[in-house]
Ligand binder design. Sequence first.
Ligand SMILES: [Zn+2]
Length: 216
Amino acid sequence: MKKLANRLYSISGKGLFSIPVFIVEKSPEELYMIDCGLEKDAKTIIKKITKQWGSIDKIKKILFTHRHLDHTGGLQEILAEISQVNENHKVEIICHKDEAIKFEEEVKIKPTKTIEHETVIDKDLGLKAIHLPGHTLGHLCFFFEKYKIILLGDIVMDLGLTLRPVFKKFHDDYEQWRRSLKLLLIYNWEFGVPTHLSARKISRKRLEKFISKYAI
Ligand SMILES: [Zn+2]
């Protein structure tokens, strides 16, 4: 478990293709999860959350950047574990409205709530969804205004020494992704956190260079 900012943590999966999931600590009793990771990583993630916060049913909302299985594969198992611990507990499953149909088709779970561009998730935390379509049509980034950090989902891949786009074939609409990139510059974040590899903060300066290379 890695602390990225006050109340923002990441938990990494184990192997190749694993992505980190993010935990937002609204309070020690109330957690929001962003993405679920691969199915094979679900057990590790459940274990780490339970160890840190005492019980998996502290999760009240699960938000998704997008529907791809490396981000959603663990959902079934996480929900099963939550209902085993507390059968009356309802978790909100949230994605962008343009992602909902394909999300249900591919993940086999219907989102309980859909959101739009600039929907405020939590006012106290200054947490807001930013719709940046292209990688998928309902792809969301999550902006923590208060801490000036934006979670970028699959908008950019961190390969260590270089930042790269996700392979073209995995985009719903590559050209739209390129057109969307500029939207990120409107917001006053100082760090962006891509998925893939381990979650780490990339400076605005470095990300601006990436954006200027690919944006149209
Ligand atoms: Zn993806």
